[in-house]
Unconditional design. Sequence first.
Length: 161
Amino acid sequence: MKPGLTLATFLVTALSAVAALAGEPAITTGAPGTADDRIITLSQLDAEDQTEITTTTIWTDGEVVFSGVPLARVLSMAGLSGAPDATLHITALNDYAVEMPLGEVGETFPIIATRMNGEPMSVRDKGPFWVIYPYDLGPEYQTETIYARSVWQLKALSLTD
């Protein structure tokens, strides 16, 4: 076992890795290969309280209901925390990556959506995880910066100071 890992942390990490290897969609968090490396599975996200956002997007037709877990909660689940000026790195399956200041992650928004109109999202439909904002809530959610941070096919989250 790596130094700094408790038995409980090791077991949770090992079980999450087994689920991910078994084909369950998962997000890698932290620094790969370190004690901070964690895997958060779709099942783990589904077990959390769900937040719904009903909105239109520039990528979909008409109003859509997205559901998932607030990004702030996902970061907490992963043990990722830092100063507001720390940088959150968000990476997609195709290695598209964007950075955002940790201080811009709200308690409620954005969410890591796992469902669109009640259905799991396939990779073909921008899933299984998509960073979603309440775009219709106001012009502050309809900027190039927000659109760039709306990463679909999310695969990894990490934090640097």
